[in-house]
Design a protein around this ligand. Structure first.
Ligand SMILES: NC(=O)c1ccc[n+]([C@@H]2O[C@H](COP(=O)([O-])OP(=O)(O)OC[C@H]3O[C@@H](n4cnc5c(N)ncnc54)[C@H](OP(=O)(O)O)[C@@H]3O)[C@@H](O)[C@H]2O)c1
Length: 476
């Protein structure tokens, strides 16, 4: 049954003593009747989060999935579809940090010891918010650095045809230019607009000048029959498809509270539905590469990226499941590419990234990441340009984020922060405690004005008008 957002709110209201919600909704993988591009469980998790977000009492939300993410080497990920709830959870954890418990992937065969382990995770109170329960115990998700110093494998070589979905987009052009140097004889570039897409003719001419044949086809990756027909036609004309790069995607921002499910479905479908179609069509040996373009929004999350993060989170699991079936598969989670030559980041302003510690990547650097990923036959890489000194304080402002704890630069920032503890929090609390409520407000306001004046170089807090937004005062 679909209890709906309102009903969840009512349930919470009927049980005011509820301290936590453990959602098993993701386990329902059936297509949602009204939004078949989304699973029923995913839709219900969205509604649950929206309802909890409106709830005023603290309640901790945990999402469970089952054999849906790659945690241990032997994982087969037989329920990749559930992993989209991981992307959703990451966004919830950023937009509602105070309500966030975490994500737990349960094993396929659930035993009594696993339930004990689950209870241990829920009760630990240690901020570990991304865990998998496996035979060996509880596994914690961590991002690790991949050294850039060497490429151990042979350079990537291929032949025949390369199918690039989203082939008329910004990243596809950079990708195709590089693939043309790796032996691709024929490019099939697909998007819904096909030859009508801006820049389609130019990229075709450019690739042809590099010696390749180019077909630009209007084909929605979510339309299975159209995609299957295209693949059949291309292979009948030869040469066979040996490289697939799935770049088709849509990036639309919006907060979780405002998610409209029809829009959410449309935004996520190139990733959720399109990836499943490609996986099914290329469930075969003989590919040199099957590459899925994901985003760091699905690795550590990004506020206001609910549909985007949800769609992209699915890709890692598809790749793991392909590898478990002995097939080619690589996911690359990109940071932001410079959009000077197109791409979905063309509306993003550098300033709005910089204060969060993110930088636009030079496409040449990014393509070097792709080259290395394929040369080393990586299953998963995140390639992003991050200034950790700036990123970590913002990203961890609301709560610890253990995912990043194994990155040496992150550790260094956190350790420096620990050593810097002035004890101001405690003394402030002590100062405020005896005051009447209105005086607390005034004391806090004066504290903010004093610090703001210092940072902005004013001689006195009087220069800070308390009703003016910080941004207008000169903060970014
Ligand atoms: N740009 C970045 O900085 C960045 C960062 C992280 C991840 N990524 C990922 O990299 C990929 C490419 O990004 P981009 O910057 O190159 O974006 P882009 O320039 O907007 O290109 C995306 C392409 O996908 C096509 N597309 C969308 N839905 C489709 C569908 N259902 N079927 C077929 N084609 C579809 C679009 O064309 P039509 O609208 O004509 O179909 C467009 O050509 C995306 O998957 C994105 O998530 C990009």
């Amino acid at each position: 049954a679909d209890p709906g957002r309102q009903r969840v709110g009512e349930l919470l209201g009927e049980h005011p003593d509820v301290a936590g919600v453990l959602s098993l909704l993701a386990l329902d993988e059936r297509p949602h009747p009204e939004h078949p591009g989304l699973s029923t469980g995913l839709v219900l998790n969205v509604k649950l989060m929206q309802a909890v977000g409106e709830w005023e009492e603290p309640v901790t939300v945990w999402l469970c999935t089952q054999d849906s993410v790659s945690a241990a080497r032997a994982d087969r990920v037989s329920h990749a579809a559930q992993s989209s709830s991981w992307g959703l959870g990451l966004v919830f954890g950023l937009e509602y940090p105070q309500w966030w418990g975490g994500l737990v992937d349960l094993p396929e065969a659930l035993g009594a010891r696993d339930i004990d382990r689950l209870a241990g995770v829920l009760g630990a109170g240690d901020h570990e918010d991304q865990v998998a329960i496996r035979d060996g115990g509880v596994l914690l998700r961590r991002l690790r650095r991949k050294p850039l110093a060497h490429e151990s494998g042979q350079p990537f070589r291929t032949s025949g045809t390369a199918l690039i979905t989203g082939g008329t987009g910004g990243l596809a052009a950079h990708t195709a230019r590089w693939l043309a140097t790796c032996g691709v004889e024929h490019f099939v570039l697909t998007s819904r607009s096909g030859t009508k897409a801006e820049g389609a003719r130019e990229i075709a001419e450019e690739l042809e000048a590099l010696g390749a044949r180019v077909t630009i086809a209007a084909c929605d990756v979510c339309d299975y029959d159209a995609l299957a027909r295209l693949v059949e036609q291309v292979e009948a004309d030869g040469p066979p498809i040996r490289t697939v790069v799935h770049t088709a995607g849509v990036g639309v921002l919006g907060s979780l509270a405002d998610v409209d499910l029809a829009e959410f479905e449309a935004e996520a479908s190139a990733k959720l539905v399109g990836t499943a179609h490609l996986d099914r069509l290329f469930d075969r040996a003989g590919l040199d590469a099957f590459v899925l373009y994901s985003s760091v929004a699905a690795v550590w999350g990004a506020g206001e990226h609910a549909s985007y993060s949800t769609g992209n989170a699915y890709l890692d699991s598809v790749t793991r499941s392909r590898r478990a079936r002995g097939l080619a598969g690589t996911t690359i989670a990109w940071g932001l590419w410079s959009a000077d030559d197109g791409g979905m980041a063309d509306k993003v302003e550098a300033d709005s990234l910089n204060w969060r510690g993110l930088r636009f990547m030079n496409p040449r650097t990014a393509v070097a990441g792709l080259r290395q990923a394929l040369a080393d036959d990586e299953e998963f890489l995140a390639v992003a340009e991050v200034d950790w000194d700036l990123f970590v304080p913002v990203f961890t402002a609301a709560r610890p984020r253990p995912l990043l704890h194994d990155i040496p630069e992150v550790r260094a920032v956190l350790d420096a922060d620990d050593g810097d503890d002035t004890g101001e929090d405690d003394s402030l609390r002590e100062r405020l405690r005896p005051l009447p409520v209105e005086d607390r407000r005034i004391a806090l306001r004066d504290l903010v004005r004093t610090h703001a004046a210092t940072v902005l170089g004013h001689p006195s807090p009087d220069a800070i008008e308390d009703a003016r937004p910080l941004r207008d005062l000169g903060f970014d």
